[in-house]
Design a protein around this ligand. Structure first.
Ligand code: AMP
Length: 609
């Protein structure tokens, strides 16, 4: 049990959202108010115009429209800046930002004016930090007094100092300020390499930046950063809006002008964009009025061509960052993805193609910075030694196969990096997708293992059961990140997922899982064998029934009846018996009695060639 003194949390104090996280021996995790809470606290503070009462987060965000003068957002943009630095910026802010004379010669500071009171940017940020501090205190049931807070790599000393001040005002000792890209790399434990060069690609809603980091003996250095403060997911939404607006105008001669309709269209466009991250097309309808409906399907390829030039720009920034760092593209060892817009498959693909390696996406891109801050906090609290940092896989990894068995691809205690490939197939005719459930554990049945993630390999052309060949590859790299990919060989359809396998388990829990597997070893083996047998029986009897339907008329009447019986008997037995031996015998009998059927079917099929 830790005392308040060695309790250090990690905080991502973001422009739009903020999060608090903590790392213990199970790894880092974001702290949430309850299980349905995302953990994201909107970085918004709203004051009641008459009572001065202040609210932070979702509630404050709700007030943004009705209380534009007393709702403060994007305060991070003003942190540590002089008044003259932000004159452009504040033109876009609905709340009042005024000049506050400073003792420092020639450096007047901005302050937010609310109901005749002035608040400095650190004071506003402190309100956000205090809310996160309280959330953590509810979680731990004791005071939280220390934090690691992240800032953008390009923050200067004054901006960093303002962040420290915000912490102090909130009652937090800021034990360290770390760069956001460094935090993202720490979340993946890339600090453990002796020497390594990392690119962190951060594409959010409104901004993009890329940083090149060098790690040497656990010390991070930012070699270069590049970016665009006006490039992000909002631009992608606007591309969709543009298409929809033009088409509606052309087809119906209706112009979308009212702010309410424009807002509705923005929301619709963002939803469409998000759907296209999971689906190959998204259909939608808009009521134009007078009984007219605009209907449209946007396919993923179309969306990709709409955002291509934006993504080109981000790649140009990556190129510039590498050049500024005096490096070649080949010297980048790892690429880490941060920010909500890196969920777009096209973004992942382009970044992967440019760097010539698959970027890290295993952590939630909204959480990865906070998680890394928590890892830094645990290092400072001297707790990392308890975290699972291994050079072997502590538990076996595999996938669920038909009937609920666990098929292991990488056995426990395998040295990492490790790679394993296995072929799987479908059992049902015309099956066009395969669901892949990635499992961890020592038990033989999927239900007794931990599911690490699920994905779907879809778009397989319809083929008879057993014909498609899905090549499933497990690859654990030297940092312990697991990449699972699946490809159907004929159609070349592919899908995949990235996972951090050790996440969420303590060493004691790992040990318990292994011990439990010993206790159940015998019954588990039998259960697994039964599943395999039943699958075999289903496959064989289906094939035999198929042949019988096609060429049964070529068998004698009694022979045909006997074949029918033998198929039925084996099917029944597979359902009712729990004795593998009994089923094996019945299978042997079945094989003997269907030889002639198979021969006739073969002869007939040769005739048709
Ligand atoms: P951030 O600034 O990092 O919070 O990122 C917010 C941006 O990510 C917004 O533009 C969101 O629309 C976008 N975003 C979030 N989830 C997805 C998703 N699944 N697919 C595409 N964009 C997303």
């Amino acid at each position: 049990m830790s005392t308040s003194d060695d309790l250090i949390v990690g905080i991502d104090l973001g422009t739009t959202n903020s999060l608090v996280a903590y790392a213990d021996e199970r790894g880092p995790m974001v702290l949430r108010r309850n299980k349905d809470d995302s953990g994201l606290l909107p970085s918004v503070v709203s004051f009641d115009p008459s009572t001065h009462r202040m609210v932070v987060g979702d509630e404050a965000k709700l007030h943004a429209v009705e209380r534009p003068l007393t709702t403060v957002y994007s305060i991070k943009r003003l942190m540590g800046k002089g008044f003259s630095d932000v004159t452009q910026e504040i033109r876009h802010l609905p709340y009042r930002v005024v000049r506050r004379p400073s003792r420092e010669e020639g450096r007047d500071l901005p302050a937010v004016e609310i109901n005749d009171r002035l608040y400095t940017p650190p004071e506003i940020s402190a309100m956000i930090l205090k809310t996160l501090k309280e959330l953590a205190e509810v979680h731990f049931g004791r005071p939280v007094l220390k934090a690691v807070i992240t800032v953008p790599a390009f923050f200067d000393d004054a901006q960093r100092q303002a962040t420290r001040d915000a912490g102090r005002i909130a009652g937090l000792e800021v034990v360290r300020i770390i760069n956001e890209p460094t935090a993202a790399a720490l979340a993946y434990r890339l600090d453990q390499k002796k020497e390594s060069t990392i690119a962190v690609y951060d594409l959010g809603g409104g901004t993009f930046d890329v940083s090149i980091l060098r790690i040497s003996d656990g010390v991070f250095e930012v070699l270069s950063t590049h970016g665009d403060t006006a490039l992000g997911g909002d631009d992608f939404d606007r591309e969709i809006i543009g298409v929809v607006r033009d088409e509606i105008e052309k087809q119906y001669h209706v112009r979308i002008e009212s702010p309410a309709t424009q807002q509705a269209l923005r929301t619709l466009a963002e939803q469409l964009k998000i759907r296209l991250s999971h689906e190959s097309e998204a259909k939608f309808e808009i009521d134009i009025g007078s009984d007219r409906r605009y209907e449209r399907v946007i396919r993923r390829e179309e969306f990709e061509s709409l955002i291509r030039s934006w993504i080109d720009k981000t790649i140009d920034c990556c190129r510039a960052a590498i050049r500024d760092a005096d490096l070649e593209i080949g010297s980048i060892d790892q690429v880490v993805m941060v920010g909500g817009s890196t969920r777009i498959p096209y973004v992942r693909r382009r970044v992967g193609e440019y760097f010539g390696r698959q970027p890290y996406t295993a952590w939630n891109p909204d959480e990865v910075v906070a998680l890394g801050a928590a890892v830094q906090a645990s290092i400072l609290a001297g707790k990392t030694s308890q975290m699972l940092l291994l050079d072997v896989t502590p538990l076996s990894l595999g996938i669920e196969t038909l009937g609920g068995a666990m098929s292991k691809l990488i056995m426990r205690n395998t040295r990492i990096p490790a790679r394993a490939t296995e072929m799987f197939t479908t059992f049902v005719d015309g099956q066009t997708s395969i669901r892949i459930n990635v499992l961890q554990g020592e038990r033989e049945l999927a239900k007794d293992c931990r599911s690490l993630g699920v994905f779907e390999l879809s778009g397989i052309p319809p083929m008879p059961g057993g014909i498609p060949k899905a090549e499933v590859t497990f690859l654990i790299d030297q940092n312990g990140i697991l990449n699972v990919s699946a490809m159907e060989v004929r159609s070349q359809q592919a899908a995949g997922i990235q996972i951090i396998p050790t996440h969420g388990l303590t060493p004691v829990e790992v040990e318990a899982m292994v011990v439990e597997s010993y206790a159940h070893a015998r019954e588990d083996m039998t259960a697994h064998q039964m599943i395999d047998l039943r699958n075999q029986v289903t496959f064989e009897t289906t094939k035999a029934q198929d042949m019988l339907d096609k060429v049964g008329h070529l068998l004698g009447e009694s022979e045909r009846r006997e074949t029918e019986t033998v198929i039925r008997t084996l099917r029944e037995l597979a359902k009712t018996s729990s004795q593998p031996k009994e089923i094996q015998q019945a299978r042997a009998d079945f094989a003997r009695k269907t030889v002639r059927l198979a021969e006739i079917a073969m002869t007939e099929s040769l005739k048709t060639i």
